[in-house]
Design a protein around this ligand. Structure first.
Ligand code: ADP
Ligand code: MG
Length: 347
């Protein structure tokens, strides 16, 4: 379906997109996830044809559309701030794209009515969009993007302007509506929770490059590097290096890791990071030797509904662990991670 090939873009001689390539298949929901300012909106505008890449090409079903004007691409784009027309009613906003495409009036009326019904806002038809709540505006903006039946739908931080509770509520609704549309979707967000809840496939954008691509589960289980693990908040990252004898040295202990969790490609002396997930921490001394085992002091203990979030310190390192049990600050405890739970990540 959509193929994005080696897209480069710079602003003020600074590279923003540094050779981005990816594909989106029919019916697939792809989330482009990256921090603010990483070039996500720029990438969408290039696909939409609202902006030109410095180099690289965009294909639709194998056909090069890089030079095709935006209105001939048949793509729908929902902007970050919705960009609804404030002086127009809800119905007029939804009808806009259809009118631009010279759709017959009866057909427009029918599509607008159907889409208002699907978002349960039929009675809002004549209301100015300025009188809608944030959540209602979001629904109308999505309805407007879907009304012309685009062959690809792109959403730029569609929940970004809403408060947290409403966002959580709308994520499920959005997922259902996007899957029901059966359209290929590119969903842009800086919010990893949103991306993980929605995506069939994640694309992680950092410093102009796609650092990792995979299903939410793959990315969660096997983050490609320390940045990914840190960006996704997967857990404690400890600086590490491989010593002469092949063992892994860290400031909090030495351990021998199997190549499955620490590839040979991380050579002797090279700096990398160990990922120690809070939920994998076990308390007490390990039954076998195959573990990273530490004695640490409890700094803080917070109740988190179904576990305690405990901050411990060891040799100036602060680590987070989750426990079913509460501990008083100041207490010394033994914590260990089994070898199979530890990942070595390139920095
Ligand atoms: P994101 O959507 O990931 O937050 P953007 O694609 O909006 O990132 O933009 C990333 C950066 O690119 C911006 O911080 C800005 O510095 C630069 N940029 C984007 N568009 C323009 C433009 N039209 N002119 C100059 N700089 C721009
Ligand atoms: Mg943006």
């Amino acid at each position: 379906m959509l193929t994005v090939k080696e897209i480069y873009k710079e602003y003020d001689a600074l590279p923003l997109l540094n050779g981005l390539s990816f594909e989106v298949a029919q019916g697939e929901l792809v989330c482009l996830l990256g921090s603010s300012g990483s070039g996500k909106s720029t990438m969408l505008r290039i696909i939409a044809g609202l902006e030109e890449p410095a180099s690289g090409r965009i294909f639709w079903n194998g056909q090069d559309i890089t030079q095709l004007p935006a209105h001939q691409r048949g793509f729908g784009l929902m902007f970050q701030d919705y960009a609804l027309f404030p002086h127009k009613s809800v119905a007029e906003n939804i009808a806009f794209g259809l009118r631009m495409a010279h759709t017959p009036k009866e057909e427009i009326d029918q599509i607008v009515r159907q889409s208002l019904e699907s978002i349960r806002m039929l009675s809002f038809s004549d209301r100015p969009v300025t009188e809608l709540s944030g959540g209602e505006q979001q629904r109308v903006a999505l309805a407007r993007a879907l009304a012309p039946d685009p062959r690809l739908l792109m959403l730029d931080e569609p929940l970004g302007a809403l408060d947290h509770n409403l966002r959580t509520e709308l994520i499920n609704e959005l997922r259902q509506r996007l899957h029901a549309s059966q359209k290929p979707v590119i969903y842009v967000t800086h919010d990893q929770e949103e991306a993980f809840a929605l995506a069939d496939r994640l694309l992680l954008l950092h410093e102009g490059r796609l650092i990792q691509e995979g299903s939410p589960e793959e990315v969660f289980r096997r983050p490609a590097n320390a940045w990914v693990a840190s960006f996704l908040g997967l857990g404690n990252l400890i600086p590490a290096a491989r010593a002469k004898n092949g063992q892994i040295e860290t400031e909090i202990g030495t351990l021998a890791l199997p190549t499955s969790s620490c590839p040979e490609t991380l050579h002797q002396g090279e700096q990398f990071s160990l990922l120690l997930r809070p939920e994998d921490a076990q308390l007490g001394l390990p039954a076998q030797e195959n573990a990273l085992s530490i004695q640490a002091q409890v700094l803080d203990c917070i109740f988190f509904r179904d576990y305690f979030r405990i901050e411990v310190t060891i040799k100036d390192q602060s680590l987070i662990i989750y426990s079913q049990q509460a501990f008083q600050p100041g207490k010394e405890i033994f914590v260990h991670w089994s070898e199979e739970d530890i990942l070595c990540l390139p920095n």
